[in-house]
Every structure is written in C-alpha cells, then in structure tokens.
Design a protein around this ligand. Structure first.
Ligand code: SAM
Length: 321
C-alpha cells in the first residue's frame, strides 16, 4: 500500500485520455445554470512538476502530453518515416475541440508555454483536482479525497494557494467510503471521478461496489471511472461489471479505450524480458452527457495518431442506454 505516486505518471497517455474526457465533462456540466457537486475520490497531489525528479525519471510524460503538444511540429513527411501505419496529424491539422481545450488549460497554468508555444516551457501539469476547479463557478462545490500522507499534504497546500475557501475541501479519507456520505448531493447534480491506483487487487471490486452503491443512492449522477487495460482478470472484468450495473439500473453509459502499444512482452538485445508498461486504459462513464460521444469521437483518433507507439495503437468507443 502507498507505493503508488502519481507524480511518476503525470501527463502520460492515460492522463491524456482521462483529463481530456474530464475536461469535456466539466465543460458541459458547468455550463448549466444550476449548482454542481464534484467529488474526486482519489485526488492525488493536484499539481505536478514536469521537470521534477519523479516525472523526469519515469519519462512517461514524454510518451503522453509532450507527444500531443509536439503536434504543431510534426512535419507533413513524418508519416512516411513512421515504422508503423499510424497516420500522424499534419502540422496544419486542427486539434479536436476537446484536445484543444486541454492544451488551452495547460497554457493557463504555464504562462511561458502560452507565450512561446514551446512544449519545453510546459513545467506544471494539473491533476484532476485542478482541472475540476478551473471550471467551477461560485455555486459549485468540489470535494477531494486522498489517503497518501505526502500527496495529501501537497494537495492541501496546492488547494490552499488558490484561496477559494470552502468551495473546495480536501480530506485524508478513504474516497470509496467517503463518497457514500455525499450522495445524494444537496444540489441534486453531481459528477464523481473515481480514479484509484489499482495498487491493490481489491481496488477493482471496490470500484464496482462503490459505483453500484452510488447509483442506488443517486441515480442521475454522472459517474466516471478510469481503469487500466492490462492482462489481469479483475481489470478485464471491471468495464463489463460497470456496464452490467448501468444496464440493470437503466442508466446510459459510455466506454472509451485508448491503446498506444502492444501488451506483449518483448526481449531486449541482451535477451532480457521487457515488460511493456501500461499499453492501454479506459474511461467508463455512467450517465454521460449526450455531447461526450461526439467529443471523444473527434479526439480519440488524434490521440491514436499522436500517441500511438506501434501498429497495435487504436481506440474503441462504445455506448448504450
Ligand atoms: N485523480 C488523479 C489525477 O487524475 O490527477 C490521480 C489519482 S492517482 C491515480 C490515485 C491516488 O489515489 C493516489 O494518489 C493514491 O495515493 C490515492 N489513494 C489510494 N487509495 C485511496 C483511497 N482508498 N482513498 C483515497 N485516495 C486513495
């Protein structure tokens, strides 16, 4: 427990999928004229330094957000040099609106990057709490839960600096359990992000139990779950379980999966087995806004084109209800 630190993964391909989806959701849900409660059950530290030790050591952002931003620099001939058949975006192509919103949000937090457009000046990466907070208006509330002592401290400090008072609250509590006490929300409108580290196998079962309970308590909330796509039975079963619970509760659902590379083990030149790292991840949304499918339909092919690492790269976008 507690060996996971999101700072190692900030800005990776899973964050690109998760945060693009989150931005599209927040944009739609906060456009209405009624209060919204946002609950982030696994908040992380809130802000990450992309030039800090953690991120630089893992290099995951280089295969994620930096590839997305390098779009402006991909020359027309690039696709001819690609060793696999993923069509790169041409430098003249326009980013899908959801991806453009994501880049604009990064610009807002990185003035030098905004000024120069040079990805080398992207130093600060927002986690889900800061993305959610950017969209709130005075009537909305954001509740953040984080168990890791160090990340909780960072999150608390980062949120304090915003000076937004009681609009955003931070608690060092188990997010799965805490969610129960906030549903149904007084505002009668809520979005819940459930983004565990899946460090413990039990997280998979806790996610589906937590979502089933949440839908029972407040059927019309928008529930958003990030999950890894890895060769492990619990991971494979999770989106199926979420779909079953949505269908049983007569709720609409959407499931978006972004794959950037093969999940097969390979061997290096010394014959050592190389694990592929995270090849794919998904976002499962119960009660998605009607606009989300079109937003992702436009954004996912561009994510594949820009972040895909081999010919296994691709996406799926399913929905129902
Ligand atoms: N949602 C964040 C974002 O997108 O920026 C990233 C969250 S990270 C994947 C998962 C976080 O959940 C970690 O910081 C971990 O310490 C925390 N965590 C693990 N178990 C938890 C629990 N039961 N309740 C609350 N936080 C938990």
């Amino acid at each position: 427990m507690f060996s996971y630190r999101h700072a190692f993964h900030a800005g990776n391909h899973a964050d690109v999928l998760k945060h693009t989806t989150l931005i599209a959701l927040m944009k739609y849900l906060t456009a209405k004229d009624t209060a919204l409660s946002v609950i982030d059950t696994h908040a992380g530290a809130g802000l990450y330094r992309l030039d800090g030790d953690y991120t630089e050591t893992s290099g995951e952002a280089r295969e994620g957000i930096f590839k997305l931003l390098s779009k402006e620099k991909v020359p027309e001939g690039q696709k001819k040099r690609a060793p696999f058949a993923i069509k790169k975006l041409a430098s003249t192509d326009v980013l899908a609106p959801a991806l453009q919103d994501y880049v604009d949000l990064l610009r807002g937090l990185n003035p030098q990057f905004a000024e120069t457009g040079d990805p080398a000046h992207l130093k600060i990466y927002p986690g889900s709490p800061f993305i959610e907070q950017q969209f709130l208006s005075g009537r909305d509330k954001l509740k953040l839960f984080e168990l890791h002592p160090t990340d909780f401290k960072s999150l608390n400090g980062n949120i304090e600096q915003l000076g937004v008072g009681r609009q955003v609250t931070v608690a060092r509590e188990d997010g799965f359990e805490a969610l129960k006490t906030f549903l149904p929300p007084p505002a009668r409108r809520a979005m819940v992000l459930c983004d565990p580290s899946y460090e413990m196998k039990s997280d998979y079962a806790r996610v589906s139990a937590c979502m089933a309970d949440a839908v029972k308590r407040f059927a019309t909330g928008t529930y958003v779950v990030w999950y890894p796509v890895i060769p492990r039975p619990e991971a494979h079963d999770l989106p199926r379980k979420l779909k079953t619970l949505a269908v049983k509760a007569s709720r609409s659902w959407l499931n978006a999966v972004l794959t950037v590379k093969s999940s097969k083990l390979t061997t290096d030149t010394d014959g050592e087995v190389v694990r592929p790292g995270l090849p794919a991840s998904g976002m499962f949304v119960i009660n998605p806004p009607h606009t989300l499918k079109a937003d992702l339909q436009a954004a996912l092919p561009q994510m594949v084109a820009l972040l895909g690492q081999d010919r296994n790269a691709g996406f799926t976008l399913d929905h129902g209800g």
